[in-house]
Design a protein around this ligand. Structure first.
Ligand SMILES: Nc1ncnc2c1ncn2[C@@H]1O[C@H](COP(=O)(O)OP(=O)(O)OP(=O)(O)O)[C@@H](O)[C@H]1O
Length: 293
């Protein structure tokens, strides 16, 4: 049986999900594999259709995301992947369909409301403050959590002082977790691209999201940077229990770290299942080989 062509370049050695998070050591130092705990459906995408004038970006798309899983959205260029993420986080309002998050269904919700509900997002084209330090960029992700008013914050008095200390500590923990201590005070614009992507992840983590939407987190990275980013995504999922939805073009990465994969092509869903199911799906193979159009 033919399978989806996974790599166009020499295989990169990326720790498979199973090795990274499922292996425990027995007393005899033999690895044993324990099942990852996937929960109930946390995000339910139901019959979403989205058009821009005459362009149908998404047609009747349905799939779900379960708590604690890593769910990939893949597809050729223009398939509708970013549009899908934009519907989930309230940037676009689909003409049809609904999205249910933790049992609460919404049709039209803005990005701020979605963020308050616990959904954070990183962007394909970095949206960081380039002139600001790593620390301040990650701190900007805490804005939603800051309760004291602007005047108290500016004067750093009363509860604002305590609150700021709490937020700084949270940011420092993220900086340690992402191993970017050496760049705390560096303006983000001076960092290599791979590290900027890591800061972008840090800013999203600062929101303490239940669901993290990652739009091409490995795009433009070299092999080493991709390996690092894979490790951080797996660790976020494992250590914080964060549910991850990611768009990624690198099929090696997708197949290695995802629990389930949904495949879009020309705005339609053509596949949905485990990495093995998807890689053996004839429609998916045709879409990737470009023979179906
Ligand atoms: N704001 C917009 N206005 C008009 N058309 C749009 C807009 N956003 C997306 N589209 C169109 O919708 C379709 C899907 O685009 P989308 O960016 O979601 O695809 P994608 O799978 O993320 O592509 P890529 O992998 O190249 O990023 C494309 O035809 C695109 O031109």
């Amino acid at each position: 049986m033919s399978t989806i062509p996974l790599r166009t370049e020499p295989a990169e050695i990326i720790e498979p999900a199973t090795a990274a998070r499922l292996v425990e050591q027995t007393s005899a130092n033999q690895p044993i594999v324990t099942a990852k705990k996937i929960g109930e459906v946390i995000l339910d995408i139901s019959n979403i259709s989205l058009s821009f004038g005459g362009v149908k970006a998404l047609t009747d798309i349905s799939f779900n995301v379960k708590e604690h899983e890593i769910r990939a959205i893949i597809g050729p260029n223009g398939a509708g992947k970013s549009s899908m993420l934009n519907c989930i986080n309230g940037v676009y309002s689909p003409q049809q369909g609904s999205i249910t998050f933790r049992g609460q269904t919404f049709k039209h919700m803005n990005s701020h409301q979605v963020a308050v509900m616990g959904v954070a997002r990183t962007f394909q084209n970095l949206a960081l403050f380039k002139g600001m330090s790593v620390l301040d960029n990650i701190m900007s992700g805490r804005n939603l959590k800051i309760k004291s008013n602007l005047l108290l914050q500016a004067l750093r008095i009363g509860p604002a002082e305590k609150e700021e200390i709490k937020h700084r500590e949270a940011v420092e923990r993220i900086i340690d977790f992402l191993e970017i201590q050496a760049y705390r005070k560096t303006p983000v614009g001076q960092l290599p691209y791979g590290l900027q992507k890591r800061v972008d992840l840090g800013r999203a983590l600062a929101m303490e999201p239940q669901v993290l939407l990652l739009d091409e987190p490995m795009a433009g990275m070299n092999v080493e940077e991709k390996q690092d980013m894979c490790r951080f995504v797996l660790d976020v999922n494992d250590e914080f229990g964060t549910t991850v939805v990611l768009i990624e073009h690198d099929m090696g990465v997708v197949m290695d770290i995802s629990d389930r994969v949904v495949v879009l092509d020309y705005g339609k869903k053509i596949g949905d299942g485990t990495p093995d199911e998807v890689r053996n799906n004839e429609d998916v193979i045709r879409a990737y080989l470009g023979t179906s159009h």
